[in-house]
Structures are given as C-alpha cells and as structure tokens.
Design a protein around this ligand. Structure first.
Ligand SMILES: C[S@@+](CC[C@H](N)C(=O)[O-])C[C@H]1O[C@@H](n2cnc3c(N)ncnc32)[C@H](O)[C@@H]1O
Length: 216
C-alpha cells in the first residue's frame, strides 16, 4: 500500500519532493514541539524527525493504516520514541493553548471543508511566535486560472510513465468527492481571522503552494 501511495503521489503531484523540501526549508529552526496534520505514509513526518533531531512530534491522521505505517517507518530509523501518532480527524482535535512551536502539513488541509475552526484551533495550540507551515493544493483565483491549473495537472499526469487514464479518472472522482480547495487569498483571510499576524506563500507551482502563517 505504501509503495503504491508513494509512487502515485509522485506521478500525480508535480514536483512533490521539491515542494516538501521547500516547506522544510521555511520551517523555524528552533521548533521542539511539532504537530503534523495528515501523516499519510510518513513522507513529511520522516523529514521533520530528521530535520529536528531534538523535537518531539505529534502526527495526526484519520486513517489508522496511515498512522501505523508512519509509526513503523519512524521506528525503523530509530526515531520512534520522539513520535506520537494519533488516529483522529483534524476537526476533532483539541490541545492545550501554546502546546506547539510549529504546526506542519503536506497535501492534507484541502480535505477539510471549513478550515476556519481548524485555523482558529491551530492558532490557539501554537505558542506566541509559533508557525503554521503547509504545502497544499489551492484553487485558482478565477475559473479561467483554475482551468489552466487543471489542464497543466492533467498534462503532467499524462506524461509517459506517470498515470494511466484509469488512475486519472479515479483521482478526479476522489477530488470531486473529498477535496475542498480555496484560493490563496481565502487562506490568508481565514488565517488572519484566526489570529495569524504574518502570512506568505513561499513557493508556488500552478495549484500547489507552500504557505506560512506566523502566530503573533
Ligand atoms: C493526500 S494524503 C497526504 C499525506 C502526506 N502528508 C503526504 O504528503 O504524502 C492526505 C492524508 O490526510 C488524511 N486526512 C484526510 N482528511 C482528514 C481529516 N479530516 N482528518 C484527519 N486526517 C485526514 C488522509 O487519511 C491522508 O493520509
């Protein structure tokens, strides 16, 4: 399952590894308490454990097979003691105020329909001066921009060695059923309403973006 997932995400998300590296390069260097939203098979989780050797990481995913796999991969590398894996929905999370220095996420927040309560929660869970940093798929600002993004994504999927037409149909059906994309300006507005003081988009490739928000 992991091999399939990790192969598909790289064949269906243009410049996936570059996006993760750009996210990691914008994380605050002194983070010791990190919350990750949506570990999946643990691609970002393992990078966080590697990048922050003194940090403790709590990672959350609604799918128990994903949290077990991320935990197993961390244990294999000797990092298991620094990782706590919670099987839960982001919408149901609750932590004490100021619990984390950093909240990070990759390709997971677009699964949340109404991001406003989650952004308010994240702002409360961060310590003053903490950061939310995420990579995700966004909506174009106009229908024309969005259709150009989608056209470019389909062209990437159809490159030799990438996705079959069956996989593309399945990805499009999954997106229609489960994904809730927002334009960058909406993310900024929701982050500001949630109490974030600083916001930027530090990397962009068509639909895909790395966004950072600083707690005041
Ligand atoms: C596309 S995967 C990304 C995983 C990983 N971060 C990566 O880059 O490969 C999205 C993950 O978010 C999880 N997820 C989706 N909606 C969720 C929710 N509402 N609460 C918790 N986990 C959720 C899914 O189970 C899945 O593992």
């Amino acid at each position: 399952m992991a091999a399939n997932y990790d192969s598909l995400i790289r064949r269906a998300v243009p410049r996936y590894d570059e996006m993760i590296e750009r996210l990691v390069s914008h994380l605050p260097v002194d983070a010791l308490r990190i919350l990750e939203l949506g570990c999946g098979t643990g691609n970002l989780t393992l990078r966080l454990l590697e990048q922050f050797p003194s940090a403790r990481i709590v990672t959350v995913d609604a799918a128990p097979e994903m949290t077990s796999l991320a935990a197993a991969r961390a244990r294999e590398r000797g990092w298991g003691a620094r990782l706590e894996c919670l099987t839960a929905r982001f919408e149901d999370l609750s932590f004490a105020p100021g619990s984390f220095d950093l909240v990070a996420s990759c390709m997971s927040l677009h699964h949340v329909k109404d991001k406003r309560p989650l952004y308010r929660g994240i702002n409360a869970w961060l310590r003053p001066g903490g950061w939310l940093c995420f990579a995700d798929q966004l909506l174009g600002a106009t229908p024309e921009i969005q259709s150009e993004f989608w056209r470019a994504w389909l062209a990437f999927c159809r490159e030799p060695g990438h996705c079959t037409e069956e996989e593309i149909a399945s990805l499009e059906a999954h997106a229609a059923a489960h994904d809730h994309y927002e334009p960058l300006t909406s993310h900024f507005r929701m982050l500001e309403e949630a109490g974030f003081a600083t916001m930027d988009c530090v990397w962009r490739n068509h639909m895909y973006a790395v966004v950072v928000g600083g707690h005041q």
